[in-house]
Design a protein around this ligand. Structure first.
Ligand code: GLU
Length: 419
């Protein structure tokens, strides 16, 4: 199942819980705008997209991904997930996503800059601080946002730092943005385990993906007292002997030296596929979509999944997980900390202010906790009482989507979009 089919299936499943007028449903089942182009760098051409899914609740919002597997359907799916993510945490944005089909590791720094600037030129006519606000995603970072903002501001002829988020601090970025996705995810995991009365200190965690999201999730989970026993990147993984827990900072130092987590001393190397059968309490997919399919769901040993990637669990796997009593925290809630602090960055830019880190962190915690308790109450309502993993009527995606889709539908109805 490709990501767009997956996103559509998830939307379709909410129909049983939310009344969606047919015209509104049809609008939600397509992005409002899809911008396509080809970026030429170093004599090669790279296909590029920006999908603007929905802007009923506010300007379009979502990252830009540089990855060889980026496709039109992937970008469309990611843009729909952004619409529901921003609605889940109740921030005033719609959803969008951009992507370029490229392996950025094969580009020189000058080529990466040229590609980033070419992308900014492609989307300049359709973005803006009150229109569509891009941010980093897989393989893009603050430096790339800086190049794009610079190119955009040159084209429009005035400063508009709120057009991109995830910027370096020196160009109007926010303190706390870099770690925000991981931080929000750890907060959600803690809130979940509190509900199920599971103690943090004995909870073991395996993380798939050691980019910005996976690294910060692992590091902040370790700081919060979890035992992060295994981490994986695209080349393989490591597990701490007798599951005592890894020192995440030291693993990162090792990765920076040799380019992979494999080979870290004091841990055992593992092949990528060994991750899913590890005897841990929590698995955290923090890389790409579709990694937990039906087969993986059937052999998973963990009791909880925290979806830090976008779309890591397929609909077929969702059903298996629910039947096996495994709780999967949906992406649009688990990884919403990133876009939430992007929202704070944008607010600061529009007001010409810079918040202290403590303010950012307190606001993030409040947003994540409020979103979590809203979802939890809805889940209890759907279960008709206590949430018991052994007898689930629905997985956690259902109450989350119910809340998010209702908010988007309400905004569309108020705008008269049902006609
Ligand atoms: N790329 C991130 C996401 O998927 C962040 C988006 C943003 O900050 O706009 O949520």
């Amino acid at each position: 199942m490709n990501p767009w089919e997956q996103a559509l299936k998830q939307l379709e499943q909410v129909k049983a819980y939310v009344e969606i007028p047919e015209t509104i449903y049809r609008r939600l089942a397509e992005p409002q705008n899809l911008i396509k182009g080809e970026l030429e760098v170093g004599g090669k051409k790279y296909p590029a997209w920006r999908s603007q899914h929905n802007d009923a609740r506010g300007p379009y919002k979502g990252g830009i991904r540089f990855h060889p597997k980026v496709s039109e359907d992937e970008v469309k799916a990611l843009s729909m997930w952004m619409t529901f993510k921003c609605a889940t945490v109740d921030i005033p944005y719609g959803g969008a996503k951009g992507g370029v089909a490229v392996e950025p590791r094969q580009l020189s720094k000058a080529e990466l800059e040229a590609l980033s600037r070419a992308y900014a030129r492609l989307v300049t006519p359709v973005i803006g601080e009150k229109r569509d606000i891009p941010a980093p995603d897989v393989n893009t970072d603050g430096q790339i946002m800086a190049w794009m903002l610079d190119e955009y501001e040159k084209a429009v002829g005035y400063k508009a730092p709120g057009t991109f988020t995830g910027k370096p601090i020196a160009l109007g970025g926010s303190l706390g943005r870099e770690e925000a996705t991981g931080q929000g995810g750890v907060q959600i995991l803690k809130a979940l385990l509190t509900q199920f009365k599971v103690p943090v200190a004995t909870t073991t965690v395996a993380v798939q993906g050691f980019g910005n999201v996976g690294y910060w999730f692992a590091r902040l989970a370790e700081a919060a007292g979890f035992k992060v026993v295994a981490v994986f990147d695209s080349k393989g993984g490591i597990v701490s002997e007798d599951l005592t827990g890894l020192e995440i900072e030291a693993v990162m130092t090792h990765k920076q030296k040799v380019g992979k987590v494999v080979g870290y001393k004091g841990a055992k190397d593992l092949a990528s596929e060994e991750l899913w059968s590890l005897p841990v309490t929590v698995v955290v997919p923090a890389a790409l979509e579709g990694v937990i399919d039906k087969e993986v769901a059937e052999k998973l040993q963990a009791k909880y999944v925290v979806e830090m990637a976008n779309g890591p669990v397929t609909p077929a796997a969702d059903t298996v997980l629910k039947e096996r009593g495994i709780v999967s925290v949906p992406d649009v809630l688990a990884n919403a900390g990133g876009v939430t602090v992007s929202y704070f960055e944008w607010v600061q830019n529009l007001q010409g202010q810079a918040w202290d880190l403590e303010v950012v962190q307190a606001q993030l915690k409040r947003h994540m906790e409020e979103a979590f308790s809203g979802v939890w109450r809805e889940w209890e309502r759907l279960e008709g009482g206590q949430v018991n993993p052994a007898t689930l009527k629905v997985g956690m995606r259902v109450p989350t989507y119910t809340i998010a889709v209702k908010r988007v539908v309400e905004a569309m109805m108020l705008r008269g979009n049902s006609r």
